[in-house]
Design a protein around this ligand. Structure first.
Ligand code: HEC
Ligand code: HEC
Length: 302
């Protein structure tokens, strides 16, 4: 793909455009001025059906004038607006500048409302129907693709209504999550633990919420868990919000709680990524989203 902002391509577009205009002017001028209007008897010399002839009459005046007006319009347009290669036009108009202006006008008109939202405490804001309508639209546009339109999540994408938070559910923690994003780092354990080790630890983790399938593995699995896993998931396996290490005892699973899914988490490692939104959303929009998450996880609104 050629770089159309380069000088060569700019001339490549501009020269034929100008020559095209000049050519049209010459063509029209030659056709209108070369013949006397009253000379109606001259024919093109073609004869059809014995007596049907074609006169060589000049072009009608009104038609010629329309043509001149069109040419003048085209020339003036190309001087004022962008059209000749990279020449920006005498008026400096651009579709981007117009768009930016519309955006900043819209932002200016919403600014007082957004400012008022930002100053409203989360609990109060989540009761405000208008604000939550706006927040739902922000959620649908930015978050629903991953967390689902009902915010109940999917495998690998946390449910945002269940009061179980990887990184903590306080206002400040959620704001950090939304502004900065999160990168979970759970390494793969297969080389460290080997297959039997993975079986043992998986069995222990499984036994925290259900009847173990191979009870003989649970004790050795627990010991391995204390040395390898407790640093992040805690001695009691209740997780650590500072690292986003999930609670493994609450039967809420990001990647599935079957023995197979737990093994897969250990063998592959898990590295969920929540993107940062501080460049796409302003402080008020983030504040609205926190209030929205608060409102949808309220048992009254379930
Ligand atoms: C590209 C997919 C994606 C998008 C878009 C996305 N998220 Fe996330 N989000 C994730 C993933 C994955 C995680 C879990 C990260 C992890 O595994 O630690 C997450 C985690 C979170 C958490 C932390 C949950 C907890 O339990 O602590 C919150 C809150 C959150 N997202 C809210 C949002 C909101 C609000 C939006 C829209 C502004 C959004 N997310 C957009 C993928 C996404
Ligand atoms: C360096 C910190 C760290 C260590 C050590 C660690 N984990 Fe994790 N673990 C995490 C994080 C962070 C996640 C969340 C991954 C994500 O959100 O994508 C996680 C996720 C998991 C999950 C998936 C939970 C779910 O809800 O689906 C399981 C199971 C798990 N870890 C078990 C273990 C076991 C067993 C060990 C020890 C062999 C271990 N982890 C060691 C940080 C760690």
């Amino acid at each position: 793909m050629p770089d159309f902002t380069s000088e060569f391509w700019s001339w490549y577009v501009a020269i034929p455009t100008v020559l095209g205009l000049v050519f049209c002017v010459i063509l029209i001028w030659a056709n209108s001025s070369s013949r006397d209007i009253s000379d109606k008897e001259e024919t093109m010399g073609h004869v059809w059906d014995e007596d049907l002839e074609e006169y060589n009459n000049p072009l009608p005046k009104w038609w010629l004038n329309m043509f001149y007006i069109t040419l003048i319009f085209g020339a003036v347009y190309l001087v004022l607006f962008p059209g000749l290669g990279t020449f920006a036009g005498a008026l400096g108009w651009s579709s981007k500048a117009r768009y930016d202006k519309e955006v900043s006008q819209a932002e200016a008109s919403f600014a007082p409302l957004y400012q008022a939202y930002l100053e409203t405490p989360i609990d109060q804001l989540s009761q405000n129907g208008d604000a939550m309508g706006t927040a739902r639209r922000i959620y649908s546009t930015n978050c629903a693709t991953c967390h689902g339109s009902d915010a109940r999540g999917a495998t690998g994408f946390p449910n945002l209504r269940d009061h179980s938070w990887l990184y903590g559910g306080e206002e400040a923690a959620i704001k950090t999550t939304l502004n900065n994003g999160r990168k979970a780092a759970m390494p793969s354990w297969i080389t460290v633990l080997g297959e039997t080790g993975v079986d043992e630890v998986s069995e222990y983790v499984y036994s925290l919420t259900r009847e173990p399938v191979n009870p003989q593995y649970v004790e050795s699995g627990k010991q391995k868990f204390q040395t390898m896993c407790a640093a992040c998931h805690g001695q009691d396996a209740k997780g650590n919000p500072a690292l986003g290490a999930p609670n493994l005892t609450d039967n809420i699973w990001l990647y599935g709680g079957s023995l197979g899914a737990i093994k897969e988490s250990l063998i592959k490692g898990r590295n969920g990524i929540m993107p940062a939104f501080d460049e796409h959303l302003n402080d008020s929009q983030i504040h609205l989203l926190v209030a929205y998450l608060n409102s949808i996880s309220d048992p009254k609104n379930q």
